[in-house]
Design a protein around this ligand. Structure first.
Ligand SMILES: *Cc1c(COP(=O)(O)O)cnc(C)c1O
Length: 349
């Protein structure tokens, strides 16, 4: 294997600036789930914190605790997947903000908070249509009343009300936002108006100003990964921060062999000549993805040790991770996250 993933931390900082300037006065929460979308949690959160990012979106509590261990006291770290008492204890110990979208889990959290003599910052989640762990509208009024009681008892501090939207059609998102607005009203009526309202991820944070509220939870765009079917990274003012490379290991008549394959996270469906990878002579077709090696259309002067770019910012004729993803019916994040931990990450700043 001759592959490595180059991660340009200066480009990350530039993207963070671009996202923040776009969404202001809303704040940015940098989403760092899945090892910061495959770019490496620790260097990413260190770079973002140095750039002044104050909110991190961790997905699970273990990742949240890992971010806290790297950054120490100060930054707000939001985790929204807690499945067990152990997860809740982890969140409390790491001083996380917790997303809660389930009435039973709220009770369990109150118990855990009492036991730890802690007051936990909570963001209540309304299900606005995605049916992914949120409280259904019919159960919401009772849920916020109960949260208000638990706040009075000192177990929780309701700081946020949030939801997640599909960002697939404007009409559906508008319907989701109407439910969200109603949920905010109910929270206020229960005496717990949230100070941190958040609804949008990458696409809506750029395209739909009315979805920004106080905070946007952005992953993909910060890493320079555009949405499928959406504007290009350049049009968004963003740059892909990662470049997946591998070296030529053999030169044949018609093609060259490069030291990266399915074992390193490349979907075999990228073979067949639909994708162009970057070379010193520009884009060349990726003919076949094997287990440990792949075949690329030969270019003049190709030699063992030359570098091929599988995906990246496009300067050598390669596509972005989203360009690749579109050809096999997935999303750019998926391509980035699939790059195996076997592939070393190399950081540039
Ligand atoms: C992954 C995730 C995000 C970030 O989505 P992007 O499209 O990558 O910006 C935001 N919110 C939640 C709940 C998520 O799971």
């Amino acid at each position: 294997m001759t592959a490595r993933l180059h991660v340009d931390l200066a480009a990350l900082t530039a993207n963070l600036d671009r996202v923040r300037e776009t969404v202001a006065p809303a704040e940015l929460m940098l989403v760092v789930k899945d090892d910061a979308y495959g770019h490496g949690l620790e260097p990413v959160v260190r770079t973002a914190a140095a750039a002044g990012v104050n909110w991190f979106g961790a997905f699970d509590t273990r990742t949240g605790a890992a971010v806290r261990a790297v950054l120490g006291k100060g930054p707000r770290i939001f985790a929204w997947i807690a499945a067990s008492r152990h997860d809740l204890d982890t969140a409390i110990a790491a001083d996380l903000d917790l997303g809660i979208g389930d009435a039973d889990l709220l009770e369990e959290l109150a118990d855990a908070a009492h036991a730890a003599r802690a007051t936990v910052r909570v963001h209540l989640k309304i299900d606005t249509g995605l049916h992914r762990n949120g409280v259904r509208p019919e159960a919401w009024p009772a849920f916020v009343r109960r949260a208000a009681e638990l706040q009075t008892q000192g177990a929780i501090d309701v700081v946020g009300v949030w939801s997640h939207i599909a960002e697939a059609s404007d009409d559906e998102d508008d319907d989701a936002r109407a439910v969200y607005e109603w949920a905010l009203g109910e929270a206020a009526a229960a005496g717990i108006p949230p100070s941190v309202r958040h609804l949008a991820a990458s696409a809506a944070s750029f395209a739909r100003p009315e979805f920004r509220y106080d905070l946007v939870r952005v992953g993909a765009f910060c890493y320079g990964i555009r949405s499928s079917g959406g504007p290009s990274a350049g049009e968004l003012g963003l740059r892909p921060i990662a470049r997946l490379e591998a070296d030529v290991t053999a030169v044949h008549h018609e093609n060259v062999e490069v030291g990266i394959g399915a074992l390193h996270g490349l979907p075999t469906s990228l073979g067949g000549g639909r994708v162009r990878v970057g070379t010193s002579e520009g884009g060349r077709h990726l003919e076949l993805v094997g287990e440990t090696h792949s075949l690329v259309e030969r270019w003049p002067g190709a030699a063992v040790g030359d570098t091929v770019t599988v995906f990246g910012p496009g300067v050598r004729g390669e596509g972005s991770s989203t360009d690749l993803a579109e050809l096999i019916g997935t999303i750019g994040e998926e391509i980035a996250v699939r790059v195996s931990p076997l592939v070393p990450r190399a950081y540039e700043s």
